[in-house]
Design a protein around this ligand. Sequence first.
Ligand code: SER
Length: 595
Amino acid sequence: MISANELRRKYIDFFKTKGHAEISGKSLIPENDPTVLFTTAGMHPLVPYLLGEPHPAGARLVDYQKCVRTGDIDEVGDPAHLTCFEMLGNWSLGDYFKKESIAYSYEFLTSPAWLALDPKKLSVTVFAGDENAPRDEESAAYWKSVGMPEERIAYLPASDNWWAAGPTGPCGPDTEIFYWVGPGMPPAGSNKGTDSKNWMEIWNNVFMQFNRVDERTLAKLPKQNVDTGMGLERTVTVLQGKTSVYQTEIFGPVIAAIGEAAGYVYGSDSEKDRSVRIVADHIRSATFIIGDPKGVLPSNVGAGYVLRRLIRRAVRHGRKLGIEGTFLPKPAAVVIESFMAAYPELEENRQKILEALAAEEAKFLETLEKGEREYEKMLPNLLKNPQKVMSGRLAFKLYDTYGFPIELTEELAAESGMKVNRAEYDEAFKKHQELSRAGAEQLFKGGLADTGEAATRYHTATHLLQEALTRILGPHVAQKGSNITAERLRFDFVHGAPMSKEELEKVEALVNEQIGRDLPVVMTMMRLEDAKASGARALFGEKYEETVKVYAIGDFSKEVCGGPHVERTGILGKFRIQKEQSSSAGVRRIYAVLE
Ligand code: SER
């Protein structure tokens, strides 16, 4: 039986035999990408290369990547949806296309030397065609040539077979591969088009030929690329003959730990089982998010807010299981054990993960207790209401004043035979929603790195800023974070005190001087060691490939970076620091614009 650890290895090894270079997966928190909170797909860190930047490791790449998607959080708890998952991916950057991609996939899945899955239990979908691209007869023909029967090929519309990570960015038709998870063997004529329930998607091969520039413009990419993503958890499930990822060793140990805390045996009650799955999924995600090299902590904005919601939802479902007091650190420690071989950062950050979970859990339990006490006080009055409806405004007050989640208010109300006016609550909530939170919700939906012209200028300006800060403030200035939009840059760096007006002016002047010199920006590929030896700046704690791109701005700055950058500094315009403030202890934050 193939384990998750073995599948990761086999996948990498197989594609190495096909001339692919193994690259390391990236952080869960995307650098320099204001449009998403998390890395949502294996291809996400590769967007610049899919758009045409050369990749230092070559044109055939393979990796495994941890991802977080919180868009379908309500589906978490069913057998196949997870908020945190791993994607195995192989890429062709202008090298091979449909024919090899399909042949490789089929060989890896069915060859006795590799996964040895029964070909009779496989089916595929291809793009049916629309105004953007024709019906993909080509892919269908390649599938048939490797042995896929016609009846197992479904032609489906763009909603199924057109892949785009966000509203803009690289995209194209795809072919998806499914495994039969129904009883016995799939009936004759069955495929994803005739039976959407019993075929589980395990792999998606995207033929990226286009760049979605805006709603109306679909531009051809300079090269035809292949982007594939295999769901590690789902594939392990079918390889082990299971019907749910929660039955595999990926979740077994953490489910056991939750069961122990709750005094409950998984499999005895369907409602409770669902809660166990939600707790298991959310603890795993939270562990990965906090334990990331660029890990975040629970907060009220952005990725920290998503993390907070995941932890609080886990606590709530823990209580549904009858767990009292704090319990999260134990199952989180089990998650660390299970995944530290593939993700050593979890072990390195063990202490941080366990402490952050314990602190957030304790804080939330306090909130819950306060809210419950308030609710008890309200209850006698509420019970006088003949319709047995609690007003949405009151429910909102519990949320707003005590942080008491609406789902809990509904649960408590139900215990006294009451309903909450949810529409009224939702309205009050919407009105009150902070912009940042609304923004965060939008960001769950995904998007891609902004590689537009304006953002590119800010990338280069960020390099100038960092170098200027180092020269004016000293060598302790290390980048702690960077976030770029088309309107401004934001840069976090290590520095113990607020900057003086004079320091700010000096930094601004130094950056503007480099812009005035119209320095050339030159990219060179070199081995990471050579890059570091040459004095190029690299992010501490970031995982790099062996060969990296180094961007030099004249004689002023040299930095390891994925790009893209402008060609000369002259076009940047005037650099102005808008704000300098504290970001966290010992870390300052600068907002700056180009005018
Ligand atoms: N981008 C595709 C996906 O995420 C394949 O990697 O499914």
